[in-house]
Design a protein around this ligand. Structure first.
Ligand code: PLP
Ligand code: COI
Length: 364
């Protein structure tokens, strides 16, 4: 039976005055919106008790499995307000599918794709006043699932919770014009062969944070990871996929063969690129090739992409080179191909460009 995610009676809402204040400077989900979607799962009952209730602190037993063994997965997607006021999601069925892939890897229960979509559509509709209309402002949704059974001992949970929370979001990393500096680590990996890299699970992000701390000491807010076995191959950032562009308009991104998250933005960029005369290559990219061909002027642009980051031009890539730190610099400012791809993507998302791929889904 499908889950209905009905609104429980008597929930509270933020006053219009306070909401106006929040939406004037939303940061990246500095404030969560009034409601959240919730559903419970148990081995005996399957999914049940779906509802939309006020966003609130959870009561959780200290012995809950997720707090010890990190059996947790999540998703990220955005709702966009078009000029006519209508509300839209970008490829949400891809998030539904990926949540189930992650659930399979972490041995959490499958959630019917229709139930996922219902939870997301209903939450936005109920909190629609929270979807901003400013330039490149959106509402970021964070669906997640975790093991909430109380026990000590390593085994799969017999009960889990699914929730969707969200809030208004401005730029995560940078705006369209400001490039970011990235730390390339060859000391740490976020995941390894046959590990959980292709799943969107909390543990991958926890394991990335030591490298992020290292990057911060070199003025970089994000980290580009290499493969765990040799550290010779570029993989992806802690929360974004990675692309480079050559002077002769070839676009290269590493293949998502197990250790890299199958980004929905990445997939969309690969579809859009040929329309801009860019030849797409999904193939392994070594650190050596990246350094050599950037220094020789063949690789001219690099960018990170993801739901939160959209498409963010990379200015400098810093990395340890023997005893010193070297810097690899890309086109000053945000490069031409990066700008074209970013613009095409956001124009589709905000309804300013024909959605020829049928990516947008109107909030029902
Ligand atoms: N890679 C990682 C590790 C991520 O966390 C994300 C963000 O979701 C991405 C890539 C980009 O994926 P998407 O474009 O689906 O947001
Ligand atoms: C997203 O882009 O949706 C993510 O989940 C990445 C995270 C770093 C915010």
């Amino acid at each position: 039976m499908s889950l209905s995610f009905d609104l429980v009676p008597g929930t509270q809402r933020t006053s219009p005055e306070k909401l106006t204040q929040i939406l004037a400077d939303p940061g990246f989900v500095k404030h969560f919106s009034d409601h959240m979607a919730v559903a419970s799962w148990s081995e005996a009952e399957g999914w049940h008790d779906s509802r939309i209730e006020n966003y609130r602190a959870l009561t959780m037993a200290p012995g809950s499995a997720v707090l010890h063994y990190a059996q947790e997965i999540f998703e990220g997607l955005k709702a966009y307000r078009h000029a006519d006021g209508s509300l839209w999601l970008f490829r949400p069925e891809m998030n539904a599918r990926r949540l189930n892939k992650s659930a399979d890897r972490l041995n959490l229960p499958q959630l019917d794709e229709e139930d996922f979509l219902t939870s997301v559509h209903k939450l936005i509709r109920i909190d629609e006043a929270w979807v901003p209309s400013g330039d490149e402002m959106s509402y970021y949704l964070r669906p997640f699932m975790f093991a909430d059974e109380e026990f000590i001992g390593v085994r799969s949970t017999k009960s889990a919770s699914y929730m969707v929370i969200g809030g208004a979001a401005g730029p995560y990393l940078s705006d369209a014009l400001t490039p970011v500096d990235i730390w390339l680590t060859t000391d740490y990996s976020r995941t390894g062969d046959a590990g959980t890299g292709a799943a969107k699970c909390g543990g991958n992000y926890a394991s990335s944070l030591v490298a992020q701390r290292e990057g911060a000491t070199h003025g970089c807010s994000q980290v580009l990871f290499t493969d765990a076995a040799t550290h010779e191959w570029i993989e992806e950032l802690g929360g974004m996929n990675f692309f480079v562009v050559t002077a002769d308009r070839q676009i290269i991104t590493p293949p998502t063969s197990g250790t890299i998250l199958e980004g929905i933005t990445r997939d969309s960029i690969l579809a859009l690129a040929p329309g801009f005369g860019l030849t797409v290559h999904e193939r392994p990219l070594s650190v050596d090739e990246l350094v050599t061909r950037t220094r020789s002027g063949e690789i001219v642009e690099a960018f990170a992409c993801g739901t939160a980051a959209v498409v963010s031009g990379i200015g400098n890539l810093k990395y340890r080179d023997g005893d010193q730190v070297s810097t690899l610099s890309f086109t000053s400012g945000v490069g031409e191909a990066t700008r074209e791809l970013r613009q095409a993507l956001v124009d589709i998302q905000w309804g300013r460009r024909a959605d020829i791929y049928g990516w947008m889904q109107e909030v029902r």
